[in-house]
Design a protein around this ligand. Structure first.
Ligand SMILES: Nc1nc2c(ncn2[C@@H]2O[C@H](COP(=O)(O)OP(=O)(O)O)[C@@H](O)[C@H]2O)c(=O)[nH]1
Ligand SMILES: [Mg+2]
Ligand SMILES: [Zn+2]
Length: 311
């Protein structure tokens, strides 16, 4: 009889599985022929994958099948081979962590991460961390930030590991879910995970990197239980820098801005790039202040960058 479990860690040849929501990790290996069915990706199974396995009397269990994924994060290989690497699968929510200050927020970078989440079908919540550093000096800046992203359709949770602001709201969102923490380095991802459960051993330095085929770099991700799994499960990440928009058509980019996707259906021309076309509903909404100029600027930046690569 095959049982199902979730991949919580991958270390080269071995996997750790756990029958989530129970945290009882055990070792497993891959049945040989599964490797052949991995298509374009360099790894057939990633952290978060639900798999069927057969238990063995002695030694590790054997993974016999990967169940269908709800979503998965892919990193394209930098070279022109069509290979890609699956970073994680079945993520219920991404926490896109940022701070207004130290490091100073770069909205185009933040928007790129949000677009990446939309591309892969991962619901995102923004954690505006380190409010202890700027709530006093620039109270209006927090409101401005919230206005931009809430009007785009994202929930923003101001939080601080120092004062504890927002931590319980984040915890409530983690429960019964597998959440990915992502965002620029230094914004406080690992600190937030630690605030949710001080016993989590985030060995960020131990994220193994193996060089495959010269320039292709593989990073292994790992899942951790929050308070034994009672508060859900998290995957910390060193950043989303490597996930380019490669392979995205110009016309496609606006579909990953929820506020443009909503309004874009009313544009006179379809598909519309929302730049020069007459009767563009997105530009009208921009003029009326219904779409934040900061988001539109990020969009134009991405359009320009993608066209550059396409020429
Ligand atoms: N003042 C303040 N510092 C924070 C907060 N959260 C994290 N930090 C600090 O920011 C630095 C980077 O945090 P870290 O969790 O390693 O960021 P990561 O790279 O996103 O994982 C560390 O020195 C933390 O102590 C916060 O809420 N307030
Ligand atoms: Mg970290
Ligand atoms: Zn338009």
């Amino acid at each position: 009889m095959a049982s199902t479990a979730t991949v919580v860690k991958h270390t080269g040849s071995h996997y750790l599985l756990s029958p989530l929501p129970r945290w009882e990790p055990f070792e497993a290996v891959l049945r040989g022929q599964l490797r052949l069915q991995s298509g374009n990706s360099t790894n057939p199974i990633a952290v978060g994958d639900r798999v069927e396995y057969e238990a063995c009397e002695q030694g590790p269990a054997v993974i016999t099948q990967v169940l269908e994924r709800k979503n998965h994060l892919v990193r394209k290989s930098v070279n022109l081979s069509r290979q890609s690497h699956i970073i994680a699968a079945n993520i219920d929510r991404a926490f896109v962590v940022t701070s207004l200050y130290f490091p100073e927020v770069k909205l185009p970078f933040l928007d790129r991460i949000l677009v990446t989440c939309e591309m892969f079908g991962i619901p995102a919540t923004i954690l505006l961390n380190k409010t202890d550093l700027y709530r006093g000096e620039m109270p209006g800046a927090i409101d401005d930030f919230q206005r931009i992203y809430q009007s785009a359709g994202y929930e923003v949770i101001p939080c601080s590991v120092r004062t504890g602001e927002g931590i319980e709201a984040v915890r409530a969102q983690c429960r019964e879910r597998v959440c990915l923490f992502c965002g620029e380095s230094g914004v406080g991802k690992s600190s937030l995970v630690k605030a949710l459960d001080p016993s989590v051993e985030l060995r960020t330095a131990a994220l193994s990197t193996a060089h495959l085929q010269g320039r292709h770099t593989t990073t292994f991700y790992e899942m951790f239980p929050l308070n034994g799994g009672r508060d859900g499960f998290v995957i910390d990440s060193p950043g989303l820098r490597a996930f380019g928009l490669s392979g995205v058509e110009k016309e496609e980019i606006a579909l990953y801005f929820p506020e443009m996707l909503r309004i874009g259906a009313q544009c006179r021309y379809q598909p519309c790039t929302h730049t020069h076309e007459p009767g563009c509903a997105v530009k009208e909404a921009l003029e009326k202040g219904e779409i934040a100029p900061e988001r539109y600027q990020s969009y134009l930046g991405m359009l320009e960058e993608e066209s550059k690569y396409r020429k």
